[in-house]
Design a protein around this ligand. Structure first.
Ligand code: DAH
Length: 343
């Protein structure tokens, strides 16, 4: 009896120590302990060697170890059944994949890419800057010192933790960052998202996109500006489209202008898009102000340059016939799916 007792203690240890980590081991466990030639069968056979008066007790012990082995087996079974399913899901590389829906390029991105690719033909490279800017890059260096009334031209979002930080109100801040690097000449296009504290409606939003242009070299003139923008307009809107410049004011350019194109919808006859004027305003531009060059350690006696900035949403609305600016940022797939998958 004592020998049997010890055998059972050992068997229990073996049951506990048996390594089970998948369905195959679980079956090994069953064969080793519960199978027809398994360890339990062997100890059961010992019963006949136990003196009759102790058989009842021995039988109880044997039943206990049997149900213990069965319950451990059941636990292994439950555990490895779920892991087996998971493992096969991640490791069966021969299974065909589930189809991946192909997304489409966002219309704002498409328009931005189109603008960029036209200027790339003229040798403009692309640069980007941070969306959270300090006052200097967004205003100060652009010839908008503190309390300058032109700061009110744009309603600024300030960052609460640091009153020196703003969400950039225009991509002109990237001009400064690039000029500060000190490598000249510069011929850059700077696309990006900008932020203004404006009421959200079909025609205005608190964030939108701009593409900024900058060309700095010796002897850059307003004629270069006009020719560059004329090339852009012809590529973008067609050979028949005309341009005109209206004098304007921006603190960072002198002289400054706004550029209109002849309405490519009604060809100048007058329609709602051009508000019957025959012209559509598309960008602001000018010769980089000498103060801005100086702020970036560039000698205005030696270098001159032009800059321009245009919105991306408005031309995208005109091109794709979108009548509400909010559609661009709502990410409604029914809207987004209307644009071709590849471009
Ligand atoms: N930063 C101006 C705006 O957001 C646009 C602009 C005008 C950019 C003239 C320029 C420029 O670079 O020369 O309204």
């Amino acid at each position: 009896m004592e020998a049997l007792r010890q055998q059972l203690v050992q068997l229990r240890q073996e049951i506990d120590a048996f390594p089970v980590h998948d369905a195959i081991n679980t079956e090994d466990f069953r064969i080793r302990f519960l199978g027809t030639m398994g360890a339990l069968k062997t100890v059961m056979a010992e019963l006949k060697n136990v003196p009759p008066e102790q058989r009842k007790e021995a039988g109880q012990l044997l039943n206990e170890i049997k149900s213990y082995a069965e319950s451990v087996y059941q636990q292994h079974l439950d555990r490895t059944r779920t892991t087996t399913v998971e493992t096969s899901r991640t490791t069966d590389r021969s299974r065909s994949g589930s189809p991946q829906p192909i997304g489409s390029r966002h219309p704002v991105t498409r328009m931005k890419n189109e603008i960029v690719s036209i200027f790339q033909k003229l040798g403009f490279a692309v640069a980007e800057g941070p969306e959270i800017e300090d006052d200097w890059h967004n205003f100060g260096a652009l010839n908008l010192p503190a309390h300058h009334p032109a700061r009110d031209m744009q309603d600024t979002f300030y960052v609460q933790q640091n009153p020196d930080w703003v969400l950039r109100t225009h991509t002109s801040s990237v001009q400064i960052r690039e000029m500060e690097k000190g490598t000249l000449p510069l011929r850059l296009l700077m696309p990006g998202c900008v932020f203004r504290n404006e009421t959200i409606s079909a025609r205005s939003h608190c964030f939108f996109h701009q593409v900024e242009g900058l060309y700095i070299d010796e002897q850059v003139s307003f004629a270069d500006l006009k020719q560059t923008l004329y090339f852009f307009v012809q590529e973008m809107y067609g050979k028949d489209v005309q341009i005109r410049f209206r004098p304007s004011y921006f603190p960072f350019t002198e002289p400054s202008a706004e550029m209109d194109i002849s309405c490519f919808i009604c060809a100048g006859a007058g329609c709602p898009v051009c508000k019957k004027s025959g012209w559509v305003e598309i960008l602001g531009c000018g010769m980089v102000h000498p103060n801005v060059l100086r702020n970036c350690q560039i000698d205005p006696e030696k270098y001159t340059g032009f800059a321009f900035g245009m919105g991306v949403e408005r031309p995208a609305m005109l091109k794709y016939g979108v009548n509400d600016l909010r559609l661009f940022s709502e990410n409604d797939v029914r809207f987004l799916r209307q644009f071709p998958a590849v471009s």
